[in-house]
Write a protein that binds this ligand. Structure first.
Ligand code: BG6
Ligand code: MG
Length: 218
């Protein structure tokens, strides 16, 4: 069995925090008179906080000063932090823990590659921090997905080459980032949205030991 680098996105892959991001952004949007639907929220997946606000303002054609933007970014994050404050292990998405257990039991390298600046506290709250040999999050990168920086850094920290690393992602930008880095992209979610991924699964319950064995032996 070979040793490979497995890199996990966080939001929408390990935990369903997309709904908390949505609720927090919706409050800001409503206050600004901008319509912000679940469909619009798809545009924000994998996208940094700063860029997310710009997208929302763009939806409503709202111009704002940097001072206003900074204020809204802070308010959004404070709201989001309140939502994640009570997160526990029961918010880990189904099938994730068995996959992490398989990887650790089979001597594989595991990293997190997330755009979120709140990644560490979330992993701590849900009790998954100990699975990760390396964590690269929104505090460590300058270029957002689809730039592959976050995944390349994660592979580096694991002491592994980027080519052939395996990435689990729920966002189009994240799948593109993995592909650009010549990694193997595994789309988690709607296949019609994540068409560019090398493999697709609706969620982790569909990923069996046989598939994981194929990944580590080839
Ligand atoms: C990504 C989410 O993981 O992190 C985005 O998919 C989010 O929706 C981004 O905007 C940044 O998160 P945070 O926690 O730093 O605001
Ligand atoms: Mg995600």
């Amino acid at each position: 069995m070979n040793q490979k680098a497995f890199i996990f996105d966080l939001d929408g892959v390990i935990v369903d925090t997309a709904r908390y991001h949505y609720l927090a952004w919706q409050k800001i949007a409503t206050r600004l008179g901008i319509e912000f639907t679940h469909e619009h929220n798809e545009l924000l997946k994998g996208v940094s906080r700063v860029r997310s606000l710009d997208i929302i303002l763009g939806l409503g054609n709202v111009q704002a000063t940097q001072e206003d933007k900074d204020k809204w970014l802070m308010e959004k994050n404070e709201d989001y932090l309140q939502s994640i404050h009570h997160m526990q292990a029961d918010e880990i998405l189904d099938g994730v823990v068995p996959v992490l257990d398989y990887l650790k039991n089979n001597n594989q390298k595991v990293a997190l590659g997330s755009a979120s600046k709140n990644a560490r506290p979330i992993l701590e709250k849900v009790g998954l921090l100990h699975y990760f040999d390396a964590i690269v999050d929104g505090n460590d990168v300058t270029n957002a997905k689809p730039d592959p920086e976050v995944f390349v850094k994660a592979a580096q920290l694991l002491g592994m080459p980027p080519e052939g690393a395996i990435v689990f992602e729920d966002s189009v930008a994240g799948v593109q980032a993995a592909n650009i880095a010549q990694m193997i992209s595994i789309g988690i979610g709607d296949k019609s949205v994540l068409q560019e991924a090398h493999y697709n699964f609706t969620d982790f319950t569909e990923i069996d030991t046989e598939f994981l064995e194929t990944l580590v032996t080839t």
